[in-house]
Design a protein around this ligand. Structure first.
Ligand SMILES: *Cc1c(COP(=O)(O)O)cnc(C)c1O
Length: 336
């Protein structure tokens, strides 16, 4: 099969295999590469009825030096462990998580895009309850899958700003709910508001805190980051925001570059004073947001075109590390 790497989007594609492990009688199997993208499971599996479902997303890059590396995989391993604990599922140990990524990427090496195309390999770990249960209880059997697929450079002609719609009629997550872990159920709760925002012409939706509708939480599938009037990197602290690996990395870089980094409650009323705003996450790193709409209120932030200079600079540093175009001072690349 010949792939036009320059035309890839962010879409599912069949590859040679996925890797699958099963947890039974208190322990994980050794894992197996499976050719077919299908799973046979019990109709009473808890993943289907009671939402025992957690996932992750990370990327593998073919660097300028030719080395194929996963980007910060242990961060995703730890987050999946937190999701498993919250959702009463068996935890996947770090070594098994990394073993899964190594084996499935090696088996699909020809799907890791060449350096210079902007395309990379997206890695999607999935943990589900596959044991049968009809009473509301955790399963006694779990399945861990890692699937991979090549994905395109999201921004072909530089970072493009988008408009965001504030969601006032729905919540993605509540304090002490499951917002801080990456569960499938969180996405179920956000699908309808996401569709409503999309249908109105907003690529991203912004959630406020579920209690007072006063503080900024995050975008539907990505964290909220901003550069305030004094040039500090600011991002919300909350009981219901998903700890984004991208946000964590950008904070680290910002501090490394001498910027002030603040993680604190951010009132919605503050945003008109910000210089730059963006959504951040693995798929695109940074999506600049230049307009935020809440009912009749329209708030414009940053440049009309492109990305503001501070976030653009952070983006450049971050992606240069991913592609091994610059040194990796924090040890973020894990060779496959
Ligand atoms: C996955 C996710 C993010 C982004 O996290 P990254 O680790 O940076 O990809 C942000 N918000 C939510 C709600 C998510 O599910």
């Amino acid at each position: 099969m010949k792939i036009d790497w320059s035309k890839l989007g962010f879409a599912y594609m069949d590859t040679h295999s996925h890797i699958r492990y099963t947890w039974r009688n208190g322990k994980w199997s050794d894992g197996e590469l499976i050719r077919e993208p299908y799973i046979k499971m019990h109709i009473a599996a808890t993943a289907l009825h009671y939402g025992q479902d957690a996932f992750e997303g990370l990327k593998v890059f073919r660097g300028k030096n030719g080395i194929v590396s996963a980007f910060r995989p242990y961060e995703n391993a730890r987050r999946l462990q937190a999701s498993a604990r919250r959702n009463c599922m068996a935890e996947v140990p770090d070594e098994m998580f990394m073993d899964a990524i190594r084996r499935v990427v090696k088996d699909n090496m020809d799907f890791v895009p060449p350096y210079g195309t902007g395309a990379s390999m997206y890695v999607r770990p999935l943990l589900i309850g596959t044991g049968a249960q009809i009473g509301v209880n955790a399963a006694d059997e779990f399945t861990f899958i890692v699937m991979v697929m090549p994905v395109g450079a999201y921004y072909k002609g530089g970072l493009k700003p988008v408009r965001a719609l504030v969601i006032d009629d729905f919540d993605r997550a509540a304090p002490y709910g499951t917002g801080t872990v990456k569960l499938g159920g969180n996405y179920g709760a956000a699908l309808l508001p996401h569709k409503i925002a999309n249908d109105k012409g907003f690529p991203v939706d912004l959630y406020l805190d579920a209690v007072e509708r006063k503080y900024i939480e995050e975008f539907g599938t990505s964290n909220f980051i901003a550069i305030d009037a004094k040039g500090a990197y600011v991002t919300p602290r909350s009981h219901s925001v998903l700890p984004s690996v991208t946000n964590n990395g950008l904070k680290t870089l910002a501090a490394h570059l001498g910027m002030k980094v603040e993680e604190r409650p951010i009132a919605f009323d503050e945003i008109s004073g910000f210089q730059e705003i963006a959504a951040c996450g693995t798929a695109v790193v940074i999506t600049p947001v230049n307009e935020i709409v809440r009912g009749d209120q329209v708030i414009r932030v940053g440049p009309r075109e492109g990305c503001g200079p501070v976030l653009q600079n952070l983006y450049n540093h971050y992606t240069a590390i991913q592609w091994a175009e610059s040194p990796d001072p924090f040890g973020w690349l894990e060779a496959i």
